[in-house]
Write a protein that binds this ligand. Structure first.
Ligand code: TA6
Length: 302
């Protein structure tokens, strides 16, 4: 069974416009509501693909009902951590259809009480040993980096395979704790290690991990798997032959595809890249059209 922690839940209001001109009348020509937060995208994809999974997170506030109905619509099993103070955030994603770009505005998170934090431990202790656990995204205020470390330690004592898509202090902690897999992008890697990205620096800073990927945007990613460092390149034909609608959520869908690859004994990095690319073809930040998947692998090179 796959468990995910999206502690800082969110709803994404995705607004698609032709243009974004200041002081002008910019018409909205499409609008979508997507499941926000990062690890929940793994639940969404695995449910679509028929793999059992459970999402764990806080929910509350004005967005709470809509969050619940999106979970129901996608048949996602959600283990809610009750909180009196937590508010599910509203994120606004503006997609500029003409210039193929998306901009995200994320509401500040509300804070948790110490009692709320204790409930995270209660949920974590119920997770069966040797589970695959995805922990991704920002944490609500009140859930500190040392709380994050405690969660990692709790799950490592249960021999869980931890897949962490986190940044800043939490990324540093995940690397120091030797979790199974991390996926910093170039900026997050440089923020921690302030060096260029090559096989030597990756081995120096991440070599003790079972697996890692440093994502390079449209250039693919450098990754370590089965003790070998490789690179996945995406052919420029992908952007030439397809309409890239929005890259918001691509990193989240990479993690989802990675887990699917682990579950199906396929190269998890290829699967992560494929589902990340599929997400880019849709406006929604949680959207993937499974009918487009088989046509994507041809754009991926080693
Ligand atoms: O990566 C895209 C996304 O997950 C959006 O869906 C939006 O909800 C935001 O990022 C949430 O990120 P955070 O790390 O704050 O949970």
């Amino acid at each position: 069974m796959i468990y995910t922690f999206t502690l800082n839940t969110a709803i994404d209001d995705v607004i698609i416009v032709k243009t974004q001109k200041k002081h002008a009348h910019n018409e909205i020509f499409k609008r979508k509501v997507s499941l926000g937060g990062k690890a929940i995208k793994t639940n969404l994809l695995l449910t679509k693909l028929g793999f059992e999974n459970v999402a764990i997170g806080f929910r509350g506030g004005n967005e709470s009902e809509q969050y619940c109905s999106l979970l129901k619509e996608n048949n996602i099993k959600f283990l809610e951590i009750p909180s009196k103070s937590f508010r599910t955030r509203k994120t606004t994603v503006i997609v500029d259809a003409d210039n193929t770009g998306s901009t995200m505005f994320v509401e500040a998170s509300t804070s948790l009480s110490s009692n709320d934090v204790q409930k995270v431990w209660d949920q974590a202790t119920k997770i069966p040993n040797n589970s695959i656990v995805v922990i991704s995204g920002s944490n609500p205020k009140g859930f500190s980096p040392s709380n994050f470390k405690h969660l990692i330690n709790l799950l490592q004592e249960k021999k869980c395979k931890l897949i962490c898509d986190v940044s800043g202090q939490c990324l540093k902690i995940a690397i120091e704790c030797g979790v199974y897999f991390v996926k910093p992008n170039e900026e997050e890697f440089n923020h921690l290690f302030n060096c260029e990205i090559n096989e030597e620096t990756l081995h120096e800073h991440l070599g003790h991990l079972n697996a890692y990927a440093v994502t390079l945007g449209s250039r693919g990613c450098m990754y370590k798997y089965n003790n070998k460092i490789s690179q996945i390149k995406i052919s420029s034909k992908f952007e030439q032959e397809n309409i890239i609608k929005s890259t918001t959520g691509c990193g989240d869908m990479f993690i989802a595809g990675f887990v699917y690859g682990l579950l199906t004994d396929q190269n998890p990095f290829i699967q992560g890249t494929v589902y990340s690319m599929a997400k880019a073809l849709e406006y929604g930040s949680d959207e993937v059209d499974l009918n487009k998947i088989k046509n994507i692998e041809k754009y991926i090179g080693g």
